[in-house]
Design a protein around this ligand. Structure first.
Ligand code: X2X
Length: 336
């Protein structure tokens, strides 16, 4: 990674946040770090802070979770290594990026799989989520039952509105580090670049890429509107965050404390889902006022372009029939 001036400044700014985010450490028997890639103002961090406070209270001060937001401890790739080694105890990660360790974890991110949030939560709190959590546990990580919301993803650009799949041809777009993301935008004929979220703002600012894709809540809280012009409401995939724990650290907690931690993290996830849905629904006006220009493409030709490129057939083969049929059952349609 190239340490830019911005990264250094961000580091200094977020160092101050730890002090206010993480409470005093002296008294707690278990002081655990929770690292993530999102700004402190995103509902994920607000609800995690609330959960950490409740956990401290309900465990009579025995468990303290210190939150390190905003890639303060490194990129997603770094933090995934840290949660595996025990350098951090907790970490939230997109299922698609987690697929670099747990290949089938990305199945929930297949393009245009979920028509709406009802379908998402039914699947992720149901058989599909249980299947993926089983795969994650096999990789020796602990995962909480409730996945947190990131949202339906939209494409932003500095130089063009994406109205049809043709507009994606040759488009220099940043994608998170994940084979599924690269495959999807390659299928559209774009020029995808894998870049961790920690480096997205500077990559857009310096023109290394012309666009990126993320839910409105991130475009807003990470201030991507400062370096992007168009928002194309493609809703091309749903994305979330699995709340992961290092297994040895988790096993050090006595069962009663594990139960308190899990209950509060899962409740926070459900509250965060409602926050993000509300935020995403209200942000169009706000982002328009900040100078962004919205357009609403028809999703059908995009999905058809993926199908024609063999995207669904390829991933069905990669995930295998068992996983694919769980996905198809969940979304109630034949994807390929
Ligand atoms: O990296 C991204 O774009 C983000 C913040 O949405 C994820 O964590 C996948």
């Amino acid at each position: 990674m190239i340490i830019s001036r911005r990264t250094l400044l961000q580091g200094t700014a977020s160092a101050a946040l730890v002090t206010s985010f993480g409470a005093r450490a002296q008294s707690a028997e278990f002081v655990y770090k929770y690292a993530n890639n999102l700004p402190v103002t995103h509902p994920m961090n607000l609800r995690a802070k609330e959960a950490a406070d409740k956990i401290k209270q309900e465990t009579n001060g025995r468990v303290e979770i210190q939150i390190f937001p905003n890639n303060q401890l490194g990129s997603d790739t770094d933090m995934l290594s840290q949660v595996r080694s025990g350098g951090v105890e907790f970490f939230t990660l997109s299922p698609l990026i987690l697929s670099t360790l747990v290949p089938n974890a990305s199945i929930s991110g297949i393009g245009f799989a979920f028509p709406n949030y009802d379908a998402v939560w039914k699947a992720m709190d149901g058989e599909l989520g249980a299947y993926v959590r089983g795969e994650i546990e096999k990789a020796n990580l602990v995962v909480m039952d409730k996945i947190w919301d990131n949202g339906f993803r939209q494409i932003t650009s500095s130089n063009r509105a994406i109205q049809t799949p043709e507009d994606l041809k040759g488009f220099k777009i940043r994608v998170p580090v994940s084979p599924l993301w690269t495959s999807m935008f390659t299928a559209f004929g774009s020029a995808p670049a894998s870049i961790n979220f920690a480096e997205v703002y500077p990559a857009l600012q310096t023109g290394v890429v012309d666009g990126q894709e993320n839910p409105l809540a991130i475009i807003s809280t990470a201030k991507l509107y400062e370096v992007q012009k168009h928002v194309s409401m493609t809703n091309h995939m749903w994305d979330g965050f699995w709340f992961l724990a290092n297994r040895r650290a988790w096993n050090r907690l006595p069962a009663d404390l594990q139960a308190i931690v899990a209950k509060n993290l899962n409740e926070a996830a459900v509250a965060e889902r409602a926050d993000v849905a509300k935020l995403n629904a209200g942000l169009k006006d706000d982002l328009t006022a900040k100078g962004m220009v919205f357009n609403d493409p028809d999703p059908a030709p995009f999905r058809e372009a993926l199908r024609k490129a063999g995207f669904y057939a390829e991933w069905k083969k990669k995930y295998g029939d068992e996983a694919w049929s769980i996905l198809e059952k969940a979304v109630g349609s034949n994807l390929s």
